[in-house]
Write a protein that binds this ligand. Structure first.
Ligand code: GLY
Length: 353
């Protein structure tokens, strides 16, 4: 897989002009959703290189990350004269960068694209690493391709456009990156005050967080091994998201990941000796900023069934990424049903639900 240029941009205008200049093209397209078209487009509109771009605007939020929207993007590309030498700029959160990346990966067998992530979640995770795709048949990211952007331009200025919940949601992926990297980075993340955000400090930590992901993706772009470290917290997190969906409750992805981290660190403690004190500190942080996802023991079986259907499983076994300590990663770990139920008991007890 080709290397992706990732720039923590302090001068978005210059960086974008340069990134576009690196990709010779006959026509420039800009994909945004209705929210980023309104809130973020004015920031890039000043740049002469993009001022004349053809716009494609799609509906916001994950419910539009589907085949219908993808088809509408392909149609618009064709209708507005895109060729295989055209360039697409995706301006938005994970939904826009995932879907736009996949549209670019497939249109006329692939055109180059640039990501400008506008949410914290997309800056530190979705827009980086080359995973593109859409939801299909009720399954998240079921159809997609590994296809890295030419450049990812991360302007932390956009962080100021986000509400509190969206900052917390992206921050959960940063905590995950702290847990799989170094005690110093993990500690710095847990010492941060999300109630009184210091945007400069947050911007610095975004840079460190992206470097953690970049380092892992460079070793294993197609998730054959160590990239599975990035799934920490997600096996249980996805089960929480599926339960929430089934019950008509709305939760942001990062919140599910934060709650999933509490569960999977407990499993890490049980099976890999993850230190109790670090489990306690991380759990306290999650409880403080993310509250809790409430469920009762009658729902354990449903959650377990969701975990057995996780697309990362192999040979019918639930796959977890566990830790022996911060930065000590064990991929492809399993746990018995009893241990998983014990983990859910622990979660409900410490999170007070
Ligand atoms: N979001 C996990 C990954 O990119 O592998």
């Amino acid at each position: 897989m080709q290397e992706q240029e990732i720039i923590i941009s302090t001068h978005l205008e210059d960086n974008l002009a340069r990134a576009i200049g690196r990709c010779p093209h006959d026509k420039l397209f800009l994909l945004a959703d209705r929210t980023t078209q309104e809130k973020c487009w004015p920031v890039v509109a000043r740049i002469p290189e993009v001022a004349g771009a053809a716009h494609i605007v799609i509906g916001p939020t994950d419910e539009h990350k589907n085949l219908e929207t993808l088809s509408a993007v392909w149609t618009e590309l064709g209708r507005q004269g895109a060729t295989r030498h055209s360039l697409l700029v995706n301006l938005g959160g994970g939904m826009v960068t995932d879907l736009g990346g996949f549209a670019a990966a497939t249109f006329k067998r692939g055109i180059p694209y640039i990501n400008i992530p506008t949410t914290l979640l997309s800056m530190v995770d979705a827009a980086v690493g080359g995973k593109t795709g859409i939801n299909f048949n009720g399954l998240k990211n079921e159809i997609g391709a590994f296809c890295p952007a030419e450049s990812v331009l991360i302007s932390t200025e956009f962080l100021k456009t986000l509400d509190y919940e969206n900052v917390c949601s992206g921050y959960a992926e940063m905590i995950k990156h702290g847990l799989i990297s170094t005690p110093k980075h993990w500690r710095e993340l847990l010492d941060f005050d999300l109630d009184h955000i210091d945007y400069r400090h947050l911007g610095d930590m975004v840079g460190q967080s992206v470097a953690v992901k970049e380092g892992i993706v460079a070793q294993d772009p197609h998730e054959q091994g160590i990239r599975k470290a990035l799934n920490l917290g997600h096996t249980v997190g996805h089960a929480f998201e599926s339960l929430a969906l089934q019950e008509g409750r709305t939760i942001l992805h990062g919140y599910a990941v934060a709650w999933g981290l509490v569960c999977e660190l407990y499993l890490s403690h049980l099976r890999e000796g993850f230190p109790k004190e670090k489990l306690r500190t991380t759990t306290y942080f999650v409880k403080q900023y993310y509250g809790t996802f409430a469920f009762d023991c009658k729902e354990y079986e449903t959650l377990y069934q969701f975990m057995t259907h996780d697309k990362k499983n192999t040979a019918g076994q639930i796959n977890f990424t566990l830790l022996g300590d911060v930065g000590e990663i064990s991929i492809d770990q399993t746990a018995s049903k009893e241990e998983i139920f014990d983990m859910l008991d622990f979660y409900r007890e410490v999170m007070g639900c």
